[in-house]
Ligand binder design. Structure first.
Ligand code: SGN
Ligand code: CA
Length: 509
């Protein structure tokens, strides 16, 4: 007799911006299989990450708590495997549980996945090709492409499961993370140019200094490795794969030389040569090359999510109807927006997570939710869907009523974000916290690092930003100091204070 408690399949990509999922409507690519989840279920327009960076986001998803509570505040933090998490609750209540793919919450016996009957994870960021994985503590190498392998393992685990018990599967892809290496069969995709985002030429005027100082510009901060290029003079050999941690892996940025006509770049796979007449041409080349490489890795995610859906549907209507299937990403990503790649900021493109969910028993097909939810709410929602009590330590709220299109009138339409890593070595992003409600976004750049690993001490002047998300959705004008917004600043600051009191985080002065 199959269980009446739903199965939960949680598919999460790494750095997948909603603009590169076609059901979100930006029109830059086509993802028919990801779209199936939204067509047969619900799409969220306002799902936010509480800290726009991998490791902390994953800790919040697993534990249902904010980062100052679960202790996973930076990219270098490691989760304490003894703290409770959603998989432990589900497993104790009779679920079969598995965690397959990117983990990034630490390695070794104190930090490995816990609460899972089966786990097979990439060490650190993992590799796109022939990835090493740690399977239940054993190191193994799996020949092939990471997105296929993670899907194969997920499907195999579902095949082997006990059919009379519900299951919880976390399937975490590596793609489309930097350095955007696609499955070779997708190399020819995207011959036509991708359209530039409206804010590609942002000059960062009228905003906090952090925006202009961040080293994540498509024009200046991409490396040879990122774009699959080599250079004739002193460049890397064609076909050479650089090793993460090796200085050239992150440091060899493609220059904007004084005389751009002297620059020659070479495709590492085909040997094709690229030369440039103007700086502008080089800048656009970088953007196109970045976007095409990024989108090609998504092609494989789309195919593989299609395989997961097909597998589930082939198990029969009863199982498919009783399964919650989610697609999301650990945070958003800048796709040339504001001239950037990467994430970390509370600006909308990196703050917003894609979130689509299918659960035929509960969700009307083709519905859209515009209410604010957060990754901290996921764990509580899973427990609620499984009919389990909400543990007192969890700070997230179950959004089951939103799935039924019955948002309670008092639903708190507010998301809290805090990025702790002040001035990381790679992108030099500044520490900040703030809140967003349906209309406004308030950000405080407190610019301090507390000497945490991966951060600098700080000591710069602090700054505030306020954006009118309705009138200025691209967040180009900081209206914090505008007298017209005095009252809004007051109410938003009070709301931020309230939120910090509620969740137990402390303001910085
Ligand atoms: C790597 C990347 C960064 C990225 C972090 C965090 N550089 O360090 O660009 O911000 O990962 O990504 S790389 O050249 O080494 O790829 S996260 O998804 O884990 O948060
Ligand atoms: Ca990520």
């Amino acid at each position: 007799m199959p269980s009446t408690q739903p199965n939960i399949i949680f598919i999460m990509a790494d750095d997948h911006a909603s603009k590169s999922i076609s059901c979100y409507g930006a029109g830059i690519n086509s993802t028919p299989n990801l779209d199936r989840i939204a067509e047969q279920g619900m799409l969220f327009n306002h799902c936010y990450v509480t800290n726009s960076i991998c490791t902390p986001s994953r800790a919040s998803i697993l534990t249902g708590t904010y980062n100052h509570v679960n202790g996973v505040v930076t990219l270098d933090s490691k989760i304490n495997k003894h703290i409770p998490n959603v998989a432990k609750h589900l497993r104790t209540a009779g679920y079969q549980t598995a965690m397959i793919g990117k983990w990034h919450l630490g390695e070794g016996s104190d930090h490995e996945p816990s609460g899972f009957d089966h786990w097979s994870v990439l060490p650190g960021q993992g590799d796109y090709f022939d990835p090493a994985m740690i399977e239940m503590g054993q190191h193994k190498v799996f020949p092939g492409y990471a997105t296929d392998i993670i899907t194969d393992q997920s499907i195999e685990w579902m095949q082997k499961r006990q059919k009379d018990k519900p299951f919880f599967l976390m399937c975490h892809h590596k793609a489309p993370h930097r350095s955007w290496e696609c499955n070779p069969k997708h190399r020819q995709l995207y011959q036509d140019d991708i359209k530039l985002p409206e804010t590609f030429n942002d000059d960062y005027k009228n905003r906090a200094k952090a925006a202009g100082l961040a080293k994540m510009k498509v024009s200046a901060d991409l490396t040879y490795y990122d774009l699959g290029l080599v250079q004739p003079e002193g460049g890397d050999k064609i076909g050479l794969r650089l090793i993460p941690g090796h200085p050239s892996f992150t440091q060899r940025k493609i220059p904007d030389p004084d005389d751009v006509t002297k620059l020659r770049l070479i495709d590492k796979d085909t040997g094709e040569n690229f030369t440039f007449k103007t700086q502008e041409e080089l800048r656009h080349f970088k953007y196109q090359r970045y976007m095409k490489r990024y989108l090609r890795t998504i092609e494989s995610i789309d195919e593989n999510v299609g395989r997961m859906l097909d597998y589930l549907d082939a198990e029969g209507k009863e199982v498919a109807d009783n399964t919650v299937i989610i697609y999301t990403s650990d945070q958003g990503f800048f796709l040339g927006d504001h001239g950037w790649f990467d994430k970390r900021f509370m600006y909308e493109e990196s703050f917003q997570m894609p979130f689509m969910i299918r659960y035929p028993k509960m969700i009307k097909p083709g519905t859209v939710c515009n209410d604010i939810v957060c990754n901290v709410d996921f764990a509580a929602t899973f427990l609620d869907l499984a009919g389990l009590p909400l543990p007192s330590y969890m700070q997230g709220r179950p959004f089951t009523s939103l799935l039924k299109s019955a948002t309670p009138p008092n639903w708190p339409q507010v998301a809290y974000h805090r990025y702790f890593m002040h001035r990381d070595k790679i992108h030099d992003a500044r520490a900040h916290y703030g809140i967003r409600n349906q209309r406004y976004k308030l950000i405080y750049w407190y610019n301090k690092g507390f000497g945490m690993p991966g951060t600098q001490a700080g000591g710069e002047e602090t700054e505030w930003e306020l954006f009118d998300c309705e009138k200025d959705p691209l967040e180009l004008v900081n209206v914090y100091g505008d007298p017209q917004f005095k009252e809004i600043v007051r109410t938003m600051t009070a709301e931020l204070d309230r939120k910090m009191v509620e969740i137990g985080d402390e303001p910085e002065h």
